[in-house]
Design a protein around this ligand. Structure first.
Ligand SMILES: CCCCCCCCCCCCC[C@H](O)CC(=O)SCCNC(=O)CCNC(=O)[C@H](O)C(C)(C)COP(=O)(O)OP(=O)(O)OC[C@H]1O[C@@H](n2cnc3c(N)ncnc32)[C@H](O)[C@@H]1OP(=O)(O)O
Ligand SMILES: NC(=O)c1ccc[n+]([C@@H]2O[C@H](COP(=O)([O-])OP(=O)(O)OC[C@H]3O[C@@H](n4cnc5c(N)ncnc54)[C@H](O)[C@@H]3O)[C@@H](O)[C@H]2O)c1
Length: 313
């Protein structure tokens, strides 16, 4: 009985994931690059799926492609230890299904699913989706990877609201197992089913959530990160000691300042400025001065070589 249900569920999800053959990822920085990388590992060569990585910045695209190519070679070496020929074939078959583009509208012409992972700015996301809505085929599902913005607001200018939702991945995408799947009231059940099945095919464990600020994880993570910043600004403890305390006292892999640098301080500032604007009376969402200062100095965390800590680039 159990195994029949399992088989039925598996084949249902396999069919739905299969319906999504061509994926376009728009924004190829930390997150978009990670989504494309995971897709290329999990689906490209094995199942004949294709992915287009898009960015406004050519340099970001080359870097993301290079990173994926290097990781593929490392994985292939582990997977096909004895056979260099098979390893080479796996890498070249997979990479042949990964293309790059700087033209968002042209790149969605054959897409079954678009995953948006551009900068955390509502106006820019709304403008992008309006253009994509006019360019993409009728059946294409649109998803945003936003950390903190309302999916409903992002979808404001889009007609296909029944085919719109949130797919919130976690950083680093190839490693983190969780995928939050977010619905707005108009999202159809067929869209949710397709997104869940695709998430599973990507190797993720999915959880579902309404379009509520921060979804599940960030609703809890933002106040925690904010409290750490305020503790440091008050001079109660040093950055290093707060990080050490949270790692050794709770078993978290990174302390709050290490995590902030890892996520990107510009992204954190976008998140918290948006929430401070929407909830001006909420003290938990007051923008920390230390964060504002670092970003204004171009210290964005790991990606720029310095944030709360210094990194070798
Ligand atoms: C009110 C004011 C508030 C102001 C602040 C507002 C705060 C807002 C905060 C919200 C931010 C939201 C961001 C987003 O929406 C949600 C998130 O993504 S939150 C981030 C979630 N991520 C984490 O919590 C990561 C925690 N860290 C870890 O799990 C680990 O440290 C690590 C990153 C996995 C690294 O592990 P280590 O063991 O240290 O390092 P290794 O190098 O040995 O790696 C282990 C293993 O993983 C592989 N790997 C690592 N990185 C990558 C990568 N980028 N790509 C592919 N693979 C990777 C590595 O190769 C190893 O694999 P193996 O060799 O063992 O096969
Ligand atoms: N950093 C994280 O840990 C994390 C985790 C989960 C979700 N997110 C969300 O994912 C999204 C991307 O975050 P990131 O950390 O990858 O940012 P990032 O700065 O690393 O990458 C964003 C990329 O988008 C590109 N871009 C900007 N406008 C564009 C446009 N109109 N068309 C195409 N490309 C465009 C930029 O050139 C940049 O390369 C944000 O919405 C963020 O909130 C981030």
């Amino acid at each position: 009985m159990f195994s029949r249900i399992a088989v039925r569920n598996f084949s249902k999800s396999a069919i739905m994931a299969n319906a999504i053959k061509n994926v376009t990822v728009i924004g190829s920085g930390l997150m978009g690059g990670g989504v494309a990388q995971t897709f290329t590992f999990r689906l490209a060569a094995q199942t004949g799926h294709n992915v287009v990585m898009v960015d406004v910045d050519d340099g970001v695209l080359s870097k993301a492609h290079e990173r994926i190519s290097t990781s593929m070679k490392r994985v292939a070496k582990k997977k096909f230890g004895d056979s260099q020929e098979e390893a080479n074939k796996f890498v070249s078959d997979s990479l042949s299904r990964l293309t790059t583009s700087t033209d968002s509208t042209a790149s969605v012409k054959n897409a079954d699913l678009v995953v948006e992972a551009i900068v955390e700015n509502i106006d820019i996301k709304q403008k992008l989706f309006k253009q994509l809505d006019e360019a993409a085929p009728e059946h294409t599902i649109f998803a945003s990877n936003t950390s903190s913005l309302s999916i409903q607001k992002i979808a404001q200018n889009v007609k296909r609201k029944d085919r719109f939702g949130g797919l919130h991945f976690f950083n680093p995408v190839p490693v983190m197992k969780l995928l939050e799947v977010i619905r707005i009231p108009e999202t159809s059940q067929a869209t949710i089913d397709s997104m869940l099945a695709w998430g599973k095919a990507m190797g993720k464990v999915t959880v579902q959530c309404k379009d509520t600020p921060g979804f599940i994880v960030n609703r809890l993570l933002v106040p925690y990160q904010g409290e750490a910043l305020r503790m440091y600004e008050r001079g109660d403890a040093s950055i290093k000691d707060i990080d050490t305390a949270m790692k050794l006292g709770t078993g978290y892999p990174m302390g709050p300042f290490e995590l902030s640098d890892y996520v990107g301080l510009d992204t954190l500032l976008f998140i918290i400025e948006g929430w401070a604007k929407d909830y001006p009376d909420e003290p938990l969402f007051k923008v920390p001065e230390s964060l504002r200062k670092l970003v204004s100095e171009g210290k964005l965390g790991v990606k720029s070589g310095e944030g709360f800590y210094k990194y070798n680039k």
